[in-house]
Ligand binder design. Structure first.
Ligand SMILES: [Mn+2]
Length: 343
């Protein structure tokens, strides 16, 4: 709970769980807003906050496949692409860049976020920022501070948020397990109920095809014993990049062209992150350099810039090569070196 890492100069706006609770009581009609293509972490966080404080769950554009199942099964009321001016105050949740909100105008806003690089903190009236593995964990801490009762639907939603954002606990820290334990204790819901809901989410055919095509088109480069992969996909760039890392890439980038904008999803495994790759920073910097925006976590990040796939992806690979050059996957883990959350 003390691991706040501020990455902006807006430190005065940083609040803890209790101060956030106090500040939110000042407003009547609050919009809790999740990012475009909202994932279960964003949907569960906004839902739990709206239940606890009163307010509206909003999502820019639409929900991801798994989040849509959550919304349907748990009968969560969601306002799609809401207008923040219809509300007294907006709390942006699980979102690190304005482009993830389609650059909508926010008015006065607060932020609750867990991304290591979060561009929205600067400009926020107040924010609660922690480097946790999932945003849902921060929300659990808020509920815990409020001593709020936790309803069945809220518990299942937050558990699914944590499970999916940690890659089924592959990248989980003790805090993720503690949050799950607290949810089970406090709500009486069993963990298997959350798992059952996740198990009922088969991957769409179009996603599997997009991922297989990205693998088929992949450009592979080795740097020492590192494998760097770049590819393109018509859609599903993020799961494609995750799959490329899953089948052997240490670092992968998948570009998706959309209306003259190149969207790049990057993934890096733990070894690459340990040896200095921080994709959140890397894609933020290339984003700025190429007049777009980027950000995210050390091991999972995204960027949107103008340009063609070949040039943009080459730049990403070049920068990763520069970082990994001279290092080795087998390099021993140095004691005391904190790892960034991976998703
Ligand atoms: Mn998240």
């Amino acid at each position: 709970m003390n691991s706040t890492t501020n990455n902006t100069t807006n430190d005065a706006a940083s609040v803890d769980e209790l101060a956030l609770y106090d500040r939110l009581l000042d407003y009547q009609n609050v919009l809790f807003l999740g990012h475009r293509n909202a994932d279960p972490d964003a949907v569960s966080s906004t839902f739990a906050l709206a239940e606890a404080f009163g307010g509206t769950v909003g999502v820019v554009d639409h929900c991801s496949r798994v989040a849509a199942i959550l919304v349907e099964e748990l009968e969560i009321e969601v306002v799609y692409t809401p207008d923040p001016t219809d509300y007294d105050f907006t709390v942006v949740v699980d979102t690190s860049t304005r482009s993830q909100l389609n650059n909508i105008s926010l008015g006065d806003y607060g932020v609750i976020d867990h991304h290591s690089v979060s561009q929205l903190l600067d400009g926020a009236s107040f924010y609660l920022h922690r480097n946790t593995d999932s945003n849902a964990e921060i929300v659990v801490d808020i509920l815990r501070c409020m001593n709020a009762p936790i309803m069945e639907r809220t518990a299942i939603a937050l558990m699914i948020g944590i499970v999916t954002d940690t890659g089924h606990f592959r990248h989980a820290s003790p805090g993720s397990f503690q949050a799950i334990a607290y949810l089970i204790e406090r709500s009486g819901v069993s963990y298997s109920e959350a798992l059952d809901m996740l198990a009922g989410t088969p991957q769409e055919l179009s996603m599997r095809i997009a991922i297989l095509e990205a693998a088929n088109r992949a450009e592979i480069r080795t740097v020492g014993d590192w494998v760097l992969v770049a590819s393109e996909a018509e859609s599903f760039g993020a799961p494609a990049a995750a799959s490329l890392t899953g089948i052997g890439a240490d670092v992968s980038f998948v570009g998706t062209a959309q209306d003259g904008i190149m969207k790049v999803s990057g993934r890096a495994n733990r070894d690459a992150v340990r040896c200095g790759v921080n994709l959140g920073m890397l894609l933020r910097d290339i984003g700025i350099e190429r007049h777009g925006s980027g950000g995210g976590h050390a091991g999972a990040a995204g960027m949107e810039v103008p340009g063609d796939a070949e040039t943009v992806l080459a730049r990403c690979v070049e920068e990763s090569t520069r970082i990994l050059n001279g290092t080795s996957r087998d390099q021993p883990v140095r004691d005391g070196k904190a790892r960034e959350p991976l998703s």
